[in-house]
Design a protein around this ligand. Structure first.
Ligand code: NAD
Length: 511
C-alpha cells in the first residue's frame, strides 16, 4: 500500500497524489519538478543570495523572528497540515513541528551573530610577533536541502534557519510523502516577508532530489535513509560538493540495575512509540540487566497496554506515516516471531482501524540474529533484551552498523557519563529519551552508517559557511622574512634559531 501514487499526467511533469495514512483519503496532488525547473530555482536563489548575504546578522535575524511570529500565529495551520499527511498524534505535531522549530529558529536568530562573526585568533610562537590572523565565516551560496517525512517541518525549518543565518539561499526538496507541510512552511516565510526566491521549494521524489544535487548548488544538507544517503554521497563526491548526511539509527537504551524503574519504563515506551516510532533517535533496542528485568518488562507492558491508538479525538499513538514503512515493520515482526521472540502486547496491524495503524508493541526474547535488533524498524515497538550486566549491555549496544544516539538509565550520574563515553554513537542521553536534536546548542550527527558531518550547534551552523583564514603581516612593509636571495648566512641563522627555539627550555616555553 502506497500513500503516494503516481497519477496519469497530461503535461511534461509527473503528477503525484498523497493520501492520509490515517483515513486513506486523498488529501492533495502535486507536480514533480523537472531538472530544468530545479535549475531555474537554483539560478533564482543564487541571485537572491547576493543581497541576502550583504545584510547584517541583525537584519537576517529580524526575518527569522518574523518567521517565528508566523509559526505562533498560524500554529493550527502547521499542526493540521502535518496531521493530515502523517496521522501523527496532535501532541507530537505541536511539540515536534511547532515548539521545536520556534525554539531552533529563535536560537539561531539570536546566537548566529556571535558564532559567525569574524574571529581574531591569537597566534602561538614567533609568528605572533609578525602576523595577525582572523577567520571569516563566508556563506557558501545556495544550499540544497533534502528532507524526509518523519518530521516534515522541524527537519526542514531547523537547517533552513542555519543556512539562512549563515547568509545562504536555500532550495528545498521535501519528501514526496509529506509535500504539504513544506508548502505551509514556504507560506510562513512569505508572510514573514522573506526576499523572493531566497527560500524555494521544489516538490518531487528521488529524481527531483538527484536533479537538485546536479544543479550547481554549493552544499547538500541531507536527512533520510542510509540507502539514499549513500547515493547522495556518491553524487556529491563526483561533483566535489560538501554535504552532511543525517541518516537512520538503531538506538540502544541501557537500563542499569540502579535505574529509577518508573522513569525508565516510561522512557522506553515514549522513546519507542513517540511519532509512531518514526524518530531517527527512537529507542529501537532496550538492554536491561537481569536483576530488574522482570519488574521492568511488567511496567513497560502495563504502560504500553494503556496507550490509545486512533485516527481522531484524543490519542497517544497515531498512524504509520507511509505504506512502505508499514511493510518493513510487519516484516521485522514476522522475522522476530519466527526466530523465537515473544510478543507481550500488540505485534500486529490494528484490525479496528482502517488506515495504516500498527499496534503499540512490546517484544521480549529478542536477539541479534533478528532484523528487529539489527536493522532500523522505525515503528512503535519496544524490543527488550535481558543482559547479564552493564558490560554486556555496552557490548551489545555497540554491536550495530548504526551509531546515531542512545540512552543510559541509572541513578548514578558519574556511572552514566562513564557508560555514555563507551557507546559509539553521535550522542547519548542519560535518564531521558533522546532529545539531542531538540537542543540547538548540541552538535548533532551520527557515526558509522548513521551519517557524516554534524548539524546544529555552533559546529553545524559553521558547516553552512566556508571558514576563511585571513593572515596579515603586522607591518606590511620592508623585507619579507625568509625571502630571496637565499644565502648561507641566513640559513645558518635559521638553524641557530631552530636550536634555540625548540632545543632549549626557554625557547620551548616561548614557542
Ligand atoms: P529517504 O532516504 O527515502 O528519503 C529522504 C529524501 O531523499 C526524500 O526527500 C527523498 O525524495 C529524497 N531522495 C530519494 N532518492 C534520492 C536521490 N537519489 N537523490 C537525492 N534525494 C533523494 O528517507 P525517508 O524514508 O524519507 O526518511 C526516513 C529515514 O530518515 C529514516 O532512516 C530515518 O532514520 C532518517 N532520519 C534521520 C534523521 C537524522 O537526523 N539522522 C532525522 C530524521 C530521519
Amino acid at each position: 500500500m502506497a500513500i503516494v501514487e503516481v497519477l496519469e499526467s497530461e503535461g511534461p511533469r509527473r503528477r503525484m497524489q498523497v493520501r492520509s495514512p490515517a483515513s486513506l483519503e486523498p488529501i492533495g496532488e502535486f507536480e514533480c519538478a523537472s531538472a530544468e525547473d530545479v535549475g531555474v530555482a537554483v539560478q533564482r536563489a543564487r541571485a537572491a543570495q547576493q543581497s541576502w548575504a550583504a545584510l547584517s546578522f541583525d537584519e537576517r535575524a529580524g526575518y527569522l523572528v518574523r518567521l517565528v511570529d508566523q509559526f505562533v500565529a498560524r500554529q493550527d495551520e502547521v499542526i493540521d497540515a502535518v496531521i493530515a499527511e502523517t496521522g501523527k498524534a496532535r501532541t507530537e505535531a505541536i511539540g515536534m513541528e511547532v515548539f521545536s522549530p520556534c525554539d531552533a529558529i529563535s536560537y539561531y536568530a539570536k546566537h548566529a551573530k556571535k558564532i559567525l562573526s569574524p574571529q581574531r585568533r591569537k597566534l602561538h610562537g614567533v609568528m605572533r610577533l609578525t602576523k595577525t590572523l582572523r577567520v571569516v565565516y563566508q556563506p557558501l551560496g545556495v544550499v540544497g536541502l533534502i528532507t524526509p517525512w518523519n518530521g516534515p517541518v522541524v527537519l526542514s525549518a531547523t537547517p533552513l534557519a542555519q543556512a539562512l543565518m549563515a547568509g545562504n539561499a536555500v532550495v528545498h526538496k521535501p519528501s514526496e510523502v509529506t509535500p504539504l507541510s513544506a508548502l505551509v512552511l514556504k507560506s510562513l516565510t512569505e508572510a514573514a516577508g522573506f526576499p523572493e526566491d531566497l527560500y524555494q521549494v521544489v516538490q518531487g521524489d528521488g529524481a527531483t532530489g538527484a536533479a537538485l544535487i546536479e544543479s550547481g548548488i554549493d552544499k547538500v544538507s541531507f536527512t533520510g535513509s542510509v540507502a539514499t544517503g549513500r547515493k547522495v554521497a556518491a553524487a556529491c563526491a563526483s561533483r566535489l560538493l560538501p554535504f552532511t548526511l543525517e541518516l537512520g539509527g538503531k538506538d540502544a537504551m541501557i537500563v542499569c540495575a540502579d535505574a529509577d524503574l518508573e522513569r525508565a519504563s516510561a522512557g522506553a515506551v515514549l522513546g519507542s512509540c513517540m511519532n509512531t516510532g518514526h524518530y531517527c533517535c527512537g529507542t529501537e533496542r532496550v538492554y536491561v540487566v537481569e536483576s530488574i528485568y522482570e519488574r521492568f518488562v511488567e511496567k513497560v507492558v502495563e504502560r504500553t497496554r494503556a496507550l490509545r491508538q486512533s485516527n481522531s479525538g484524543e490519542f497517544d499513538v497515531g498512524a504509520v506515516f507511509s505504506g512502505p514503512q508499514l511493510a518493513i515493520i510487519e516484516s521485522h515482526m514476522a522475522d522476530a516471531t519466527a526466530k523465537g521472540a515473544t510478543v507481550r502486547v500488540g505485534g500486529r496491524r490494528n484490525p479496528d482501524l482502517k488506515g495504516l495503524f500498527f499496534e503499540p508493541t512490546v517484544v521480549t526474547d529478542v536477539d541479534h540474529d533478528m532484523a528487529l535488533m539489527n536493522e532500523e524498524t522505525f515503528g512503535p515497538i519496544v524490543a527488550i533484551k535481558k543482559v547479564r550486566d552493564e558490560e554486556e549491555a555496552i557490548r551489545l549496544a555497540n554491536q550495530s552498523d548504526y551509531g546515531l544516539n542512545g540512552s543510559v538509565w541509572t541513578s548514578d550520574l558519574e556511572k552514566g557519563i562513564e557508560i555514555a563515553g563507551r557507546i559509539h554513537t553521535g550522542g547519548v542521553c542519560i535518564n531521558d529519551m533522546t532529545l539531542t536534536y531538540g537542543v540547538p546548542e548540541a552538535p548533532f550527527g551520527g557515526r558509522k552508517a548513521s551519517g557524516l558531518g554534524q548539524v546544529n550547534g555552533p559546529e553545524g551552523l559553521r558547516g553552512y559557511c566556508h571558514a576563511q583564514p585571513i593572515l596579515a603581516d603586522r607591518r606590511g612593509k620592508g623585507k619579507i622574512q625568509g625571502g630571496y636571495p637565499y644565502t648561507r648566512k641566513a640559513e645558518d641563522g635559521m638553524q641557530k634559531f631552530i636550536r634555540i627555539l625548540w632545543g632549549t627550555p626557554l625557547g620551548r616555553w616561548l614557542s
